[in-house]
Ligand binder design. Structure first.
Ligand SMILES: Cc1cc2nc3c(=O)[nH]c(=O)nc-3n(C[C@H](O)[C@H](O)[C@H](O)COP(=O)(O)O)c2cc1C
Length: 441
């Protein structure tokens, strides 16, 4: 998927409307809340920086883990409200002819026929610029919204995901690219020999096929998978074109890439078939002091329990009832039992050290959950370069949540992107008009 060594750029814009940012300077000012003008402006800015993709995550829930109710989420504006952003994509696509859009649909709660059809249709509307983020959905309240008394176990969710992604990719392959002939003289619209039934009968799904949608300009949507557990890695290595990964040190980035390459070969694919976008949170400034000051203002604006609230949502246990001096290694058993983002909890223990306390992690979690750089263009470019190198120059960077938009995004494009381009890491012009073309070049 990332055939060249270009450093590709994406931004996670799932929570730019909320998560404490609604009151941060540089965020949302002058725009109608959740209206299209804001998202079009974000798209235009990202286009100026020659971003490959803007990304929307999704969890259809109102978080209730912290404190056992939704007071904290609503009071502080955290992960709520959460609209379905899929309808926003064609509007945003009007604001740039090149940029791609990744968006999320769960393999646990949505039928593969629906996923295949809706993403293919979206891919046509955008001229081949869509990516499907296939998630197994590790949020308990989301399960309750889709009719489950208990969230299915991680093993069950991944079992279903393996079959789900096979069905989706088979449906996308069920219509050959030259099936439409539109031979007006002979009155033939399509060649039936180029369209194939699926007749899939499996453990979770029965799907007859074929998909009643023709292949798009990029063939089929780009597939993204972001699981970091062994099952998640395996799923990505089987089906994904792109992975989003939250590793926090160069060693764990290199180890992750090596494991992925091993799994890709095991599944008959090559390392270049799957690019990785590493999560990095940035706070750029013209000087170090300016960047630090912006970061201080952001951190000062957070409620004191912000990190604990976020930890609770992310790992599925109520951190408000744990002893603040509890070591992360002692909390691990509780987190593992919930089977919620276990892979990323292990990463935090490995990079922070098992002795770190819950209170210390809570203080740092908002700003430092992923790799992060607060600094000048040169400092940010240095860090990106090291990460890109450690990851085998096979993918790029996705700006991780907790940045203000349009403010921080504009700063990044004005301050950092010229330096990335000057070093020849990112490109100055788009290579094409489909997401696949841009990621491959
Ligand atoms: C950048 C990024 C974005 C993600 N977006 C979503 C999302 O939108 N919805 C979701 O349910 N999970 C999302 N995830 C979580 C993963 O898809 C995966 O479900 C999670 O990491 C648990 O799997 P694991 O235990 O294999 O790591 C995201 C993860 C990352 C790193």
């Amino acid at each position: 998927m990332c055939l060249s060594e270009t450093l590709h750029l994406a931004a996670d814009i799932s929570f730019i409307h909320t998560d404490h940012l609604w009151k941060t300077p540089g965020s949302w000012q002058g725009y109608q809340y959740y209206g299209p003008d804001f998202y079009k402006e974000v798209t235009r800015i990202a286009h100026r920086g020659r971003f490959d993709m803007l990304f929307f995550g999704d969890a259809a829930e109102t978080p209730e883990i912290y404190g056992g109710n939704f007071d904290a989420a609503l009071r502080h504006g955290i992960r709520w409200p959460k609209h379905d952003m899929l309808p926003m994509i064609p509007v945003m696509a009007e604001a740039s002819p090149n940029i791609g859009f990744g968006t999320t649909m769960s393999t646990t709660y949505h039928h593969p026929f629906h996923v295949a059809r809706v993403f293919s249709s979206l891919d046509h509307i955008t001229g081949g610029r869509v990516g499907w983020n296939a998630v197994t959905s590790a949020y308990k309240n989301e399960a309750a919204n889709w009719g489950y008394d208990r969230m299915p176990s991680a093993a069950d969710r991944y079992d279903r995901a393996r079959e789900h992604m096979k069905v989706v990719t088979d449906l996308w392959a069920s219509v050959e690219p030259d099936a439409i002939v539109m031979d007006r003289e002979n009155g033939v619209f399509a060649d039936p020999s180029k369209v194939h039934l699926l007749n899939h009968r499996g453990k979770h799904f029965n799907v007859r096929g074929p998909l009643p949608v023709i292949p798009s300009r990029q063939g089929r949507p780009v597939i993204i998978q972001a699981g970091q557990s062994p099952d998640g890695m395996d799923l990505a290595a089987r089906y994904a074109d792109l992975q989003f990964v939250a590793r926090r040190s160069l060693d764990s980035i290199a180890a992750h890439r090596a494991e992925l390459d091993r799994l890709l070969v095991k599944h008959g694919r090559s390392p270049r078939d799957l690019g990785v976008l590493w999560l990095v949170r940035v706070q750029p400034g013209h000087t170090k002091a300016e960047a630090m000051e912006k970061e201080r203002r952001f951190l000062d604006s957070l409620p004191p329990n912000a990190g604990m609230i976020e930890l609770s949502f992310h790992f599925g246990i109520d951190f408000s009832v744990l002893r603040p001096d509890m070591r992360l290694s002692d909390a691990a058993e509780l987190v593992q039992a919930e089977q919620v983002h276990w892979g990323s909890f292990l990463e935090i223990i490995a990079t922070e050290g098992p002795e770190t306390t819950v209170e210390e992690m809570g203080r740092r979690f908002i700003g430092q959950r992923a790799a992060h750089v607060i600094g000048t263009a040169a400092e940010i470019a240095d860090r990106f370069e090291e990460i890109h190198e450690a990851g085998g120059r096979n993918g790029g960077i996705i700006l991780s949540k907790n940045f203000a938009a349009p403010g921080t995004l504009r700063d990044f494009i004005e301050i950092v992107v010229p330096e990335l381009q000057r070093r020849g890491l990112t490109r100055k012009e788009y290579a094409g008009t489909t997401l696949r073309e841009n990621l491959n070049t």
